[in-house]
Design a protein around this ligand. Structure first.
Ligand code: FUB
Length: 313
């Protein structure tokens, strides 16, 4: 790990360099950051880890999340917490005792903001046991977000991610052992095609947390992959949003000190690419209480992505 917590290739704003400190948020645990640029600010929609040692019905020492906050910044240094945008109590279909509000995403279409989140449903006849994916809709990136009455029909899994292509077609990606993709209808609330397993990614080992973005006509599929003991961030690329994708390499190596998960998003802000990800900086003894980070990301001339080395403190 590099020792200096600056975002290399730092953001240049009004002619001077901006420096940011990892982890980005220090007053609460945050994970699974989905970063988006809306207007002149970066918004980050992370998971919100808490401790649930007092909740005996839950799996001990496991992920525990009851709500989502959104954070924004104009310089990647000063972050505003806009507060809770969705909580398990206010999602009509969610099991409010499950604390299962895992990795989310948010995207803008036609002036509306669509927030996608996984949660366990009360009624398992909807999409079966396990996780469903819901949507909450707002008129601004900070909310208020109104959850839809039911989860997306036909989608079982976690880690939703949405990419809107240049022609306006939206795609939903998610994971359940494999990574899936499907087209979304114009309303952003229903599938417009059958879910497709993206089988051309590495077959062995758990893959989750898809995050797809497009650059110079190439679709980049990024994902955490357990190839060794913990997750490392990898990527593949292709010429169509639903593949086939060709494996290209590792964006970030697995953590040397045991945080089992990592989870990424990639965003371009003022002509600089950034990788958002997480590590358990604020909870070295318990890796289910994580903290989000960001570092600059660079492409090579052939479109491949240079490995990102985490910066700390
Ligand atoms: O935050 C809970 C789960 O851990 C996410 O859904 C996965 O991507 C992993 O980061």
């Amino acid at each position: 790990y590099r020792s200096k917590a600056v975002l290399y290739g730092v953001l240049c704003l009004c002619g001077y360099a901006m420096y940011a400190q990892n982890p980005l948020i220090t007053d609460q645990f945050t994970a699974d950051p989905s970063a988006r640029v809306f207007g002149d600010r970066v918004y980050v929609y992370p998971s919100h880890d808490i401790r649930c040692d007092d909740k005996e019905h839950l799996r001990p020492k496991w992920f525990c999340m009851e709500d989502y906050h959104v954070f924004s910044s104009e310089n990647l240094t000063d972050w505003t917490d806009h507060g809770v945008i969705v909580s398990q109590e206010e999602v009509p279909w969610a099991d409010a005792t499950a604390y299962s509000m895992w990795a989310p995403d948010c995207i803008e279409k036609d002036g509306k903001y669509f927030f996608y989140f996984p949660a366990k449903a009360r009624d398992t006849t909807l999409n079966g046991k396990g996780f469903s994916i819901g949507v909450a809709v707002a008129d601004s990136p900070e909310g208020p977000f109104v959850p839809q009455p039911l989860p997306i029909r036909g989608v079982r899994g976690i880690d939703p991610n949405v990419m809107i292509d240049k022609d306006g077609q939206a795609y939903l990606y998610w994971s359940e052992k494999h990574i899936y993709g499907a087209k979304l209808r114009d309303n952003m609330l229903e599938l417009a095609s059958e879910p497709k397993i993206l089988r051309d990614l590495p077959e062995e080992g758990l893959k989750e947390g898809p995050f797809v973005f497009e650059s110079a006509g190439t679709y980049y599929m990024t994902y955490p992959h357990v190839a060794g003991k913990t997750e490392r961030l990898e990527y593949a690329s292709g010429k169509d949003p639903l593949g086939p994708f060709t494996y290209r390499g590792v964006i970030m190596d697995e953590s040397p000190d045991g945080c089992w998960t990592n989870h990424q998003s990639v965003v371009n802000f003022r002509d600089q690419w950034y990788l958002f990800y997480h590590h358990n900086d604020l909870s070295p003894g318990f890796d289910k209480n994580r903290a989000i980070r960001a570092d600059s990301l660079f492409f090579n001339a052939d479109g491949s992505i240079q490995k990102v080395y985490p910066t700390l403190r």
